[in-house]
Design a protein around this ligand. Structure first.
Ligand SMILES: [Ca+2]
Ligand SMILES: [Ca+2]
Length: 488
């Protein structure tokens, strides 16, 4: 169950980062405050000027740059900031504090008059350990860049603080600026002290009432100040179906399943470009074969699923960037399906000084996308570096390597499963040493074998059982009656 959750989280992360690295958050449109000011998006790729501090009760803090190009979770553009908190060595039954601030000149929230309410909004990704353990508060300083305890006025106790309850994945959260302070010029402090910082992550009554002395992080992107209501509501995914049937828990007697999902958003509207599916962890989005989407629905056709259990995630964003997902697990049990097999078929006999062939055959090359094989031979065998493995006509990418130290042959191939069916995906050409004796044997042992099938499921399988072949010597005999030479 834990593994499934972790896989799902990875799938979602992949989907989110895959969809958003090229995107920016919209700055206008329905449900988007036209007067919003973007304070920080981290796109300068530099968090070296951030300061951090603690109340010195054993807390540990650090600040990191997140980079989408390295696979890190980032909501918009390439970069975001990560605030790490670590309470594992902290005191119990205390108020613990982890504090962080951007440089004092990072931004200015200008004073305004006549606005009854202003908010600071930001995209927050909370690690699972934040839930139940961290109280997320904000502070702003006036004038911006002033020094706490010296010349700074500070504004604290923002409305809508996050107190111990969290969500999974990215969410846009708004902190309401206290009404008495909406007309003040605000910004970060010059530095973070044990008492003051823009971000204040607290744990009150540490280690009591279920609160854990653990460690986790928040990732923050696109910090904005707004003065009217934004679209903070996630879209709704109404249906997720296969061949018109609700997908969750369904059992299909065919592997040919067309996926469909419908969705809507009442405020800013659906961003049709964001819609995507993941099928057993593989992303299908705009541009993928068989995928199409508009502002109300997305479909994915042409997939063939093998018998077994499969997981599909439908993902969509509204035009503000709020994310919704729907996950379904279903079963395919087609009684007519013949299981796809991959086997190693060796020549019947091995002869000294000859090439001994072993074929990698399949009963259904149209269900094979990838093979990764490792086979161990022994000292009487060798594999030529250039022509030692010959690949079948439907193989689009085939590589191999023979390690003469451990006598292991590694074969990796990618097969076009839409091409005409073939029986042989690869032929291994083993050279038998000319120095072999009649008592020698060629030994062949399976090490590992995994296949990726037409539905993108990868699994290990048994390619063959270990075998030995005696090395035969070719001796020519002269038949004096027929005047012919023959081999025995
Ligand atoms: Ca960013
Ligand atoms: Ca919405």
């Amino acid at each position: 169950m834990k593994t499934q959750k972790a896989i799902l989280l990875l799938v979602l992360l992949f989907c989110v980062s895959g969809m958003t690295t090229a995107n920016a958050q919209p700055t206008s449109g329905p449900g988007i405050d036209p007067n919003a000011i973007l304070l920080m998006d981290f796109e300068n790729g530099d968090v070296s000027g951030w300061t951090k501090n603690t109340i010195n009760r054993g807390e540990k803090v650090s600040v990191e740059l997140m980079d989408a190009q390295k696979g890190d979770p980032v909501r918009f553009g390439r970069y975001a900031v990560k605030l790490n908190w670590d309470l594992t060595a902290a005191q119990t039954n205390q108020t613990l504090a982890c504090l962080y601030s951007p440089p004092g000149n990072a931004f200015v929230i200008p004073a305004t008059s006549g606005l009854s309410e202003r908010r600071i909004g930001m995209w927050i990704y909370a690690s699972p350990e934040c839930e139940g353990n961290i109280w997320f508060r904000l502070q702003q300083f006036t004038p911006p860049g002033s020094t706490p305890g010296v010349n700074a006025g500070y504004i604290t106790v923002f409305g809508n603080e996050i107190s111990y309850s969290y969500w999974t994945g990215w969410k846009y959260h708004e902190f309401i600026i206290p009404s008495a302070s909406t007309n003040k010029t605000m910004g970060p402090p010059s530095t973070t002290t044990p008492s003051y910082g823009m971000f204040r992550l607290l744990q009150a009554g540490s280690g009591t009432n279920g609160k854990q002395l653990t460690k986790g992080y928040f990732i923050i992107d696109n910090i904005r100040v707004t003065s009217s209501t934004e679209d903070t509501t996630r879209p709704t995914i109404s249906t997720l179906t296969g061949n018109g049937t609700g997908l969750t828990g369904a059992t299909f007697d065919t592997g040919q399943i067309n996926l469909s999902t419908t969705y809507s958003d009442g405020t800013s509207g659906i961003n049709a470009e964001s819609a995507c599916f993941t099928v057993n962890g593989v992303l299908y989005k705009s541009g993928s074969t068989g995928f199409s989407a508009d502002s109300t629905a997305a479909t994915l056709t042409g997939l063939k699923f093998r018998n077994g259990t499969h997981t599909v995630v439908s993902y969509v964003e509204d035009k503000f960037g709020n994310v919704q997902t729907s996950t379904a697990t279903f079963t395919v049990n087609d009684p007519n399906v013949v299981a796809t097999t991959v086997t190693l078929v060796p020549d019947a006999e091995a002869h000294v000084g000859n090439v001994y062939e072993m074929k990698i055959n399949t009963n259904n090359s149209q269900d094979i996308k990838e093979l990764n094989l490792v086979i161990e031979l022994n000292q009487y065998a060798s594999i030529d570096a250039t022509n030692g493995v010959v690949f079948g006509g439907s193989v689009t990418e085939g590589t191999y390597n023979y390690n003469s130290t451990n006598n292991q042959l590694t074969i990796n191939l990618k097969n076009d499963n839409t091409a005409a069916a073939v029986e042989t995906l690869a032929t291994i050409k083993v050279n038998i040493s000319k120095n072999s004796n009649p008592d020698d044997v060629i030994r062949c042992t399976p090490v590992s074998a995994t296949a990726t099938y037409g539905d993108n499921i990868s699994s290990a399988f048994s390619l063959f059982t270990a075998f030995s072949k005696p090395v035969l010597v070719n001796i020519q005999f002269y038949n004096s009656q027929t005047h012919c030479w023959s081999a025995r």
